[in-house]
Design a protein around this ligand. Structure first.
Ligand code: ZN
Length: 90
């Protein structure tokens, strides 16, 4: 199982928003560490399933997220879902 799971910008913001203690709501966001080489890769957000090119990963137990990224083909048979594969996106 792969414990480094991609997340999209929106899910990162939702999870790492900094809230004011008064009624102002969200006042900031904790910045992620972006992992990006020369090639931008399309990945699937482990939380909402949307495609993301953010290059942001969280270390999380893949069994606790709805769209875990599999790192071994053997696991595919156990986790087949509609719309799970992004391979055809090119
Ligand atoms: Zn997401």
């Amino acid at each position: 199982m792969n414990w480094n799971q991609p997340v999209c910008e929106q899910c990162w913001i939702t999870e790492h928003a900094i809230y004011a203690l008064d009624t102002r709501g969200v006042v900031g966001v904790k910045l992620p560490t972006v992992v990006r080489g020369n090639d931008v890769e399309v990945e699937q957000c482990c939380r909402c399933g949307s495609p993301t090119i953010m290059g942001v990963y969280v270390r999380i137990d893949p069994r606790t997220v709805p769209y875990p990224k599999e790192d071994t083909p053997e696991d595919e048979s156990q986790h087949v879902r509609h719309g799970h594969s992004l391979r055809s996106w090119g």
